[in-house]
Write a protein that binds this ligand. Structure first.
Ligand code: SF4
Length: 466
């Protein structure tokens, strides 16, 4: 496979600068890291100042309306800038171009010279050369696949590794299958090579990324270790039931080095016994993010989520029984089409039963092009959506405080992210924010901290020497 980084090295005639704006999720951030690596491989330099850039790349998100509105705002800025700098190239990628079936969104960004789904990122150098031939001294030929571009990471101690792109699930509220296309899994061989390289470069936290990460099925299963106990020979029917994700986690755990593994986002319907067992592997964080979205069966069905509330609650019980002390987080949408008060109360009840450590709460907002936008009415009043959001937020805060107080007197392991005014801040293996007195050299290191103070959103403690 061709490596774009090697191919394009120093292709520019003169130094040109790029500026990247990223909206949205971790997946988008990882996409931008790849875009940065590709542009750097051309000899371009990054600038944090949009006005100084020769190329502005906006990586858009369509999950919330706000990100699309902000992209339109950048478009207005670029239109003005182009008057002074006609050579300026404005490229728009990410979810917006991906889901723009009828060209309606493209029309909203008239100053864009390039408007392409992220999967086409490897073609960017060729398009740039076509647009600005004077910038480059060589011709570009074939480029590799999207995930052959090594990301240019801002932090060397944290690495997001994409193992899958796209999604086949078509939850009725979600734009992802339209924006990112159908699910495609990356070969395990490539995943392990990228992780080994990151670990060799000092990475302490690996985040595996995929839209339905736990439905991972290696296109090259022959590359699993023959002794992998999480990849037993299965019959054809069992193979449909079980993904390879547990087996992948076992392989990554076997890579030597001092690092921890986190993944996002799994779908409850694909969570099998191998994956539950894998949660106890030594390098796994002690946290699982498991989106439920709603706690009522009728609403789950309308959302096209393929599990019932009972199945979800039982899964959480099973996980907590197998991995005592694991922290579990979730995503919930309140006020989905036709959700009544009784159905919302089912979500509240599920929340209590699952005793989540954290929840990312969203009020439903209609996204054009989705099934929900086509066939259901967004009929829950905004005031009622806000009320439901507040009910769950209050419940979450109450549970978080109770749970955090259980850490008093316990020692947790923290990966340090920040040092300011003598205080280090980082996340524990349970993804709890922890602060303690330390020094700058601790950034990117694991530190053991004994907790002696617990608030809602923060634990504080003192460093313990091994
Ligand atoms: S699983 Fe559902 S919510 Fe997640 S990306 Fe796919 S369609 Fe969207």
């Amino acid at each position: 496979m061709l490596n774009p980084l090697k191919t394009f090295k120093m292709a520019l005639n003169m130094t040109k600068k790029y500026h990247i704006v990223t909206f949205g999720c971790q997946m988008n951030k990882n996409d931008s890291e790849r875009a940065g690596a590709l542009l750097t491989s051309l000899g371009m330099k990054e600038t944090t100042v949009l006005e100084k850039a020769d190329l502005v790349l906006v990586n858009t998100c369509s999950v919330r309306q706000m990100a699309e509105d902000r992209t339109s705002g950048i478009n207005r800025k670029i239109l003005k800038l182009k008057n002074q700098k006609p050579e300026l190239v404005f490229a728009v990628t990410g979810c917006m171009p991906g889901r723009d079936q009828d060209g309606r969104l493209r029309k909203k960004i008239p100053s864009a010279d390039l408007f392409f789904p992220i999967i086409d990122l490897p073609r960017l150098p060729v398009w740039l050369r076509e647009l600005r031939p004077g910038w480059f001294k060589i011709n570009f030929e074939e480029v590799g696949e999207y995930w052959n571009i090594d990301p240019k990471r801002d932090l060397d101690y944290k690495a997001s590794i994409t193992i899958q792109i796209g999604c086949n699930n078509f939850c009725s509220y979600c734009v992802v299958p339209y924006a990112r296309g159908r699910e495609k899994n990356r070969p395990i061989k490539e995943i392990l090579v990228e992780i080994k390289k990151a670990v060799k470069n000092g990475t302490k936290e690996i985040t595996l990324l995929g839209q339905v990460v736990n439905n991972y099925r290696a296109p090259d299963p022959e590359n699993y270790n023959k002794k992998n106990p999480f990849y037993p020979p299965l019959s054809k029917t069992e193979k449909l039931k079980y993904s390879d994700f547990g087996a992948l986690l076992w392989e990554i755990n076997n890579i030597p080095g001092d690092f921890r593994i986190f993944y996002t986002a799994p779908d409850p319907q694909y969570f099998d016994d191998y994956q539950i067992k894998a949660l106890s592997l030594p390098k796994m964080v002690n946290y699982l993010h498991l989106p439920v979205q709603a706690g009522d069966d009728e609403i789950l069905k309308k959302m096209n989520r393929k599990y019932t509330r009972e199945e979800f609650i039982n899964l959480v019980k099973k996980i907590r029984a197998e991995v005592p002390g694991i922290a579990i987080g979730t995503d919930i949408i309140v006020g989905f089409c036709s959700e009544n008060k009784k159905q919302f109360e089912q979500t509240v009840d599920l929340y209590k039963q699952c005793d989540f450590d954290i929840a990312y709460l969203a009020m439903y907002s209609q996204r054009s092009g989705t099934v929900a936008a086509k066939i259901y009415k967004d009929d829950v009043e905004i005031t009622e959506k806000k009320r439901r959001w507040r009910v769950l937020q209050d419940l979450m805060e109450e549970i978080v405080l109770r749970k955090n107080q259980k850490y008093l007197g316990q020692t947790v392991e923290v990966l340090v992210d920040e040092f300011k005014d003598g205080v280090c801040t980082g996340n524990s293996n349970e993804m709890k924010m922890v602060q303690f007195l330390g020094n700058k050299k601790m950034i990117g290191q694991f530190v053991k901290v004994k907790i002696n103070f617990a608030e809602k959103w923060i634990l504080k403690g003192e460093r313990i020497l091994d």
